[in-house]
Design a protein around this ligand. Structure first.
Ligand code: VGL
Ligand code: ZN
Length: 199
């Protein structure tokens, strides 16, 4: 059975949000159009506590966009975003969500960031998505959402590590592009790891 994974289509990643991805909202009509073709659709939601380690505001002197070491690990400094129970953390208002849809939260631990919808960066805490897909008998996933070069990429790479067959809808993804070319490098990495890239 195939499942659609919708990654982080939240207000803060859309125009007007604190970590807006250009044209982020444009993935919404695409996602709404394809979800009907899937027997199962799941959503991930970036869900940080206030003062999260990935926020530049949590590190005196740190600037948004730079990389610093946090507990010995490289961490990109982001603007405050997707803080639990705020408007910015809510799903885009036009996203077609239905009763019974499962949502998997990530980035909930203050000290660890989490781009993947499956596991946080310390590889210790699972979101429950893997087990859920397994129980549903979903061996094949199609991934769409925000952002291509972070949460989409890490979700795809983990899905492949867990032995799922993975396709990525490029029309349904948008990138942050902190550096020019991050988007195409992210797609190349996903493809090299075994993902099928769909236009
Ligand atoms: C994301 C940066 C920080 C994402 C989440 O959803 O791609 N990017 N937190
Ligand atoms: Zn985040």
């Amino acid at each position: 059975m195939k499942a659609l994974i919708v990654v982080d289509v939240q207000n803060d990643f859309c125009p007007g949000g604190s970590l807006a991805v250009s044209d982020g909202g444009q993935v919404v009509p695409f996602i709404n159009a394809v979800r009907g073709g899937f027997p199962l659709t799941v959503f991930t939601q970036d869900w940080h506590p206030k003062g999260h380690q990935s926020f530049a505001s949590s590190h005196p002197g740190a600037k948004v966009g730079e990389m610093i070491k946090v507990g010995g690990v490289d961490q990109v400094m982001w603007p405050d975003h997707c803080v639990q129970h705020t408007e910015g953390a809510e799903f885009h208002p036009d996203l077609d969500r239905r009763p019974g849809d499962r949502v998997f939260h990530k980035g909930e631990l203050e000290a660890v960031d989490s781009y993947s919808g499956f596991l946080d960066h310390d590889r210790e805490h699972e979101t429950g998505l893997r087990e859920f897909l397994q129980r549903q008998g979903a061996g094949e996933v199609y991934v769409t959402g925000l952002a291509t070069d972070y949460c989409v990429k890490f979700t795809v790479l983990d899905a492949l590590k867990f032995g799922l067959r993975v396709s990525v809808y490029q029309r349904g993804c948008r990138a942050v592009n902190l550096q020019p070319g991050d988007e195409s490098r992210a797609y190349a990495e996903m493809e090299a790891a075994g993902a099928v890239l769909l236009p």
